[in-house]
Design a binder for this molecule. Structure first.
Ligand code: ZN
Length: 257
């Protein structure tokens, strides 16, 4: 059986942000700065659409004063996707910039790693300062309320959820981060989310500075690189080149594959 290819879109919803370069390339270039954007992603093919990550909720974006913020639902409208009707969301990890916009997708089934859910929802360590800083208690409360309902699918490890779409457990940045392997016309592409913040990390083996398990992170690099058809098809979570190096299909939206 031949599997029809999917297309992948990157939608910038906030940024640019100026950050120390060492934040995205661990302990490198400590005296330099770099730019990052915040994104959500869409996978389209056949009759189905999958949204990868939900972005930041409007209220939290205001509280955190996010530069260049656009409601992720508005960004999706630019490619004719109605967030209210989206049926499938893959949440890569429980950092506020990736998951606090969950309520924008009221119909969606959410795919999340069980390990990730259990850490942020149930482990008291997640309430300690370095973790608390990266998460959103309000959004997490909404997510916690979905436990045990048909809307939340807690995944254990790697799982093919459709022909041509596979979730890959890729911890390191967070305890249960997942990447998404997607069958495209160019081969198997990986939406890596924050398994690396920028493209160069997959070539240099350097992680970002936000780490829960560095050894696990290295193994996740191996897994992702082995799965992708080429290094050029591994897409990071925050690199401005996601927007500038690919065909533009709408304002701040590019087609990656
Ligand atoms: Zn992120």
């Amino acid at each position: 059986m031949t599997i029809p290819p999917y297309e992948i879109y990157a939608l910038k919803y906030a940024g640019p942000f100026i950050r120390p370069a060492s934040m995205v390339t661990w302990f490198m270039d400590m005296d330099k700065t770099t730019q990052i954007h915040y994104y959500i992603f869409a996978i389209r093919g056949g009759k189905e659409t999958f949204i990868v990550d939900c972005g930041c909720a409007p209220k939290l974006a205001q509280e955190r004063n996010l530069a260049g913020y656009v409601n992720p639902a508005e960004a999706l409208k630019r490619i004719d996707i109605d967030a209210k009707e989206v049926q499938n969301v893959v949440a890569t990890h429980i950092h506020f910039d990736h998951i606090s916009g969950l309520e924008l997708f009221p119909q969606a089934t959410i795919y999340l790693q069980e390990k990730e859910f259990n850490f942020w929802m149930k482990n008291p360590i997640a309430q300690r300062a370095p973790f608390l800083h990266t998460t959103d208690p309000v959004g997490n409360h909404y997510l916690a309320g979905l436990e045990g309902t048909s809307r939340l699918k807690l995944v254990r490890g790697d799982k093919r959820i459709r022909p041509g779409i596979e979730l890959l457990l890729a911890p390191g940045h967070t305890p249960g981060l997942q990447a998404v392997a997607v069958h495209t016309a160019k081969g198997t592409a990986i939406l890596g989310s924050d398994a690396a913040h920028v493209f160069s990390s997959y070539r240099t083996d350097i992680p970002s500075a936000i780490i829960t398990d560095l050894i696990a992170w290295m193994k996740s690099y191996d897994k992702i690189r082995a799965k992708a058809s080429s290094l050029d098809l591994i897409f990071p979570g925050h690199d401005p080149a996601l927007l500038t190096n690919y065909p533009k299909v709408a304002e701040d939206v590019s087609r990656l594959a």
